[in-house]
Design a protein around this ligand. Structure first.
Ligand SMILES: [Zn+2]
Length: 303
């Protein structure tokens, strides 16, 4: 009998696909980071991904007990997490039953989930947060990744679309979001907005250094307050036990976390949830999605 069991965790990003084998002690091995376009090739990108993974397992997992293959995807997915409804950054996935296409190649279970959920599982593990009660995760990158977990289970919603925090409508805004709607929140508080702000208002500062160099500028102060609004909206609705904040924007050097927390407190209902906010930060490591995928798979499979 094999000594360890492994999960092949895959983090499918808009630019790179990362993967690795994670054992039951959360040790990662055989880590790879490959440009998406080198793996998703040809007409049928699902077939090319499956063939790539078969090669990976044959070469790197020989003789190992791989109990699941699990992928985190930046996508809207069906309630049963088989079909990708819309994945603008992943070529050839939208409208396909990705789970069935991959499963036909492998004997162990193939699981899919939204990438934010995988990060959430990693953050629970890393911060030693018991997965119970109400916990939310808000990941501010180009858009807003959101996870709402109730009693140990991330909310999926009737159609698989719970937790679309970035698409809260903002009144009087008419700009068109990636999703096709007018005036979505993430068009005004996501990383994409920050890039625009840098171009129009701080053209002499590198985007990476925006907070480190101009964090006190009134435009950035306003940005941070605006960013607090969707987060606090969710806090006021759910009164969560723990609030996990992360994503590329919050990991920028000099990002004013204290000021964000001040604004979250300001807009939270008093006395509660305002007086009992338990905020923790994600460390935004590049391999978190792989670890999180493995933790997710073991949770789902009970292994
Ligand atoms: Zn939208």
């Amino acid at each position: 009998m094999a000594e360890h069991t492994y999960v092949l965790g895959i983090d499918i990003g808009g630019t790179n696909i990362r993967m690795g084998l994670v054992d039951e002690n959360n040790e990662l091995s055989e880590y790879l980071k490959v440009p998406q376009e080198s793996i998703l090739t040809g007409e049928d990108t699902l077939e090319s991904l499956a063939v790539y993974l078969e090669g990976y397992l044959a070469e790197r997992a020989k003789g190992k007990d791989v109990i699941a293959i699990v992928a985190g995807i930046p996508a809207a997915m069906s309630r049963d997490r088989s079909t990708v409804l819309n994945a603008p950054n992943i070529r050839g996935f939208s409208g396909k039953n990705v789970q069935a296409a991959l499963q036909s190649h492998f004997s162990c279970p193939v699981l899919l989930e939204r990438d934010a959920t995988m990060l959430f599982y990693y953050d629970l593990y890393q911060h030693n947060i018991p997965h119970k009660d109400i916990i939310i995760g808000c990941y501010i990158g180009t858009g807003i990744g959101n996870v709402i977990s109730v009693d140990g289970k991330p909310l999926v919603g009737n159609d698989g679309s719970a937790g679309e925090l970035g698409h809260i409508p903002v009144w009087d805004k008419t700009d068109i979001c990636n999703c096709g709607n007018e005036g979505c929140m993430e068009s005004h508080v996501g990383g994409k907005y920050l890039v625009e702000l840098q171009k129009t208002t701080f053209p002499d500062v590198d985007i990476h250094d925006l907070f480190a160099e101009r964090g006190d500028a009134p435009e950035l102060d306003r940005y941070v307050e605006h960013l607090s609004l969707p987060i606090t909206t969710e806090i006021n609705i759910l009164n969560p036990a723990v609030i996990i904040l992360g994503g590329g924007v919050l990991s920028m050097p000099g990002f004013p976390k204290e000021r964000l927390e001040k604004y979250i407190y300001k807009h939270s209902r008093k006395p509660f949830p305002a007086d009992n906010l338990h905020i923790v930060y994600s460390d935004n490591g590049g391999e978190n999605g792989i670890y999180g995928s493995a933790l997710y798979a073991r949770d789902i499979l009970g292994k």
